[in-house]
Design a protein around this ligand. Structure first.
Ligand SMILES: Cc1ncc(COP(=O)(O)O)c(C=O)c1O
Length: 401
């Protein structure tokens, strides 16, 4: 699975879009029909392999719960983009995360997770005590995470590059240093940042996970997840877990993610530009109490963001607090025309989520308050529409409250 054999993308020296489009060139070149785009291998089984037949990670193709060439095309792309050694793809982001934890943890281990991680990730970690794992919810700031991560006996640390919904930027190099000193592995969920903004493996993360459902697939029409990391584990124990648990991706899903990822960089440029304009508009709006966006000078994570994201792009999600609490948010949602109320992010459509009713609904109110997730908080996934129209929609709806 080494990338260095690919003459088009060799050594990660090409630009990110070139790699997204050509990472699998030698697989296409080996196809007798010479397609330009990856084919969908819509098959559950393969003819009992010949000794000289195609292999992946040293193994012949036999059964699609184990390996399927369409998945391998996608795995090569994600490996290239994250500059890792190897990648496996999964049915969903949660399938990727749960399979990785199943692989790495054993009873008696101590794990540290950011208390501002995605809601289902938190619920998953919360259940690990049933398996005899000690779980510490830390942060949400980098300092709090580093303090817990550096304690001896820590086996695994889990953070998100940009947190949800308050869009804090975690200082991954600092957390990586603490984890390394404690002898722990660091897992970074890079879903909100994408490799266009940031590559956690360069800064000392051991594994990068993605909900491919979001920006990488990018069209709100498919689910998926990935884990990138050391080849010895990814193609060894993690691969064993994936086939045992059956958390693998379907080839039809892989095709859609492959189609989406080819335009990742141009989409991210537009998402981020639109989000910056929306954040600047919201800051000045009289019906808005507070805006959270790492690209805004003066916002808490801005200095870290500037250092970690040298491209000057800060993501496509903006959160804000509306004057008037829950009833104002409900009225706002009923007045928006272009922006739809919906829980996900990363697609072409601008969508607004209400964290207390969606991603963080199952957290006790006390815990939500501690995190700053208030009843007046809205999370906006800024889409690819013309930004004047997004702003006009927000302005009209906010002004009518
Ligand atoms: C940061 C983050 N990680 C993981 C997930 C889970 O991904 P999926 O919904 O593909 O299972 C999500 C979903 O919203 C997410 O936002």
């Amino acid at each position: 699975m080494s990338n260095t054999r690919n003459p088009i993308t060799e050594g990660n020296r090409r630009g990110l879009s070139t790699r997204a489009i050509h990472a699998y060139r030698e697989m296409l070149d080996a196809d007798p029909y010479q397609p330009i785009t990856p084919p969908v291998y819509r098959t559950a089984i393969f003819t009992y392999p010949r000794e000289d037949g195609p292999r992946v990670r040293g193994r012949p193709y036999k059964y699609s719960r184990e390996d399927n060439p369409t998945l391998v095309y996608l795995e090569r792309v994600i490996t290239e983009l994250e500059e890792g050694e190897d990648t496996l793809v999964f049915a969903t982001g949660m399938a990727a995360i749960s399979t990785l934890l199943f692989t790495l943890l054993k009873p008696g281990d101590r794990v540290v997770v950011s208390r501002e991680a995605y809601g289902s990730t938190l619920r998953l970690f919360d259940r690990l005590h049933l398996w005899g794992v000690e779980v510490v919810f830390a942060g949400p700031d980098t300092e709090g995470i580093v303090e817990e991560a550096s304690k001896p006996g820590t086996r695994l640390v889990f953070v998100e590059t940009i947190t949800n919904p308050l869009l804090r930027v975690i200082d991954v190099p600092e957390v990586a240093k603490a984890a390394r000193e404690a002898g722990a592995v660091l897992v970074v969920d890079n879903t909100f940042a994408t490799p266009v903004l940031y590559k956690p493996l360069r800064d000392g993360a051991t594994f990068v996970v993605h909900s491919l459902t979001k920006y990488i697939a990018g069209h709100n029409d498919v689910l998926g997840g990935s884990v990138t990391g050391p080849a010895s584990i990814v193609s060894g124990e993690l691969w064993e877990s994936r086939r045992m648990l059956g958390t693998t991706m379907d080839p039809g899903q892989a095709f859609l993610v492959l189609r989406g990822v080819r335009t990742l960089e141009v989409r991210m440029e537009r998402h981020c530009r639109n989000a910056m304009s929306v954040a600047e508009f919201l800051v000045d709006h009289p019906r808005v109490l507070q805006v959270y966006y790492p690209g805004l000078p003066g916002s808490p994570g801005h200095e870290t963001a500037k250092r970690l994201f040298p491209s000057g792009m800060y993501g496509g999600v903006v959160s804000f607090r509306v004057k008037g609490g829950r009833s104002a948010v409900e009225r706002l949602f009923s007045k928006l025309r272009i922006i739809r109320p919906s829980p996900s992010l990363g697609g072409p459509e601008s969508v607004a989520a209400y964290p207390v009713m969606s991603s963080h609904a199952s957290l006790p109110e006390e815990e939500r308050r501690k995190l700053g997730i208030t009843e007046d908080l809205v999370r906006l996934s800024v889409g690819l529409e013309n930004v004047e129209d997004i702003i006009e929609d927000l302005d009209r709806a906010l002004s009518s409250l």
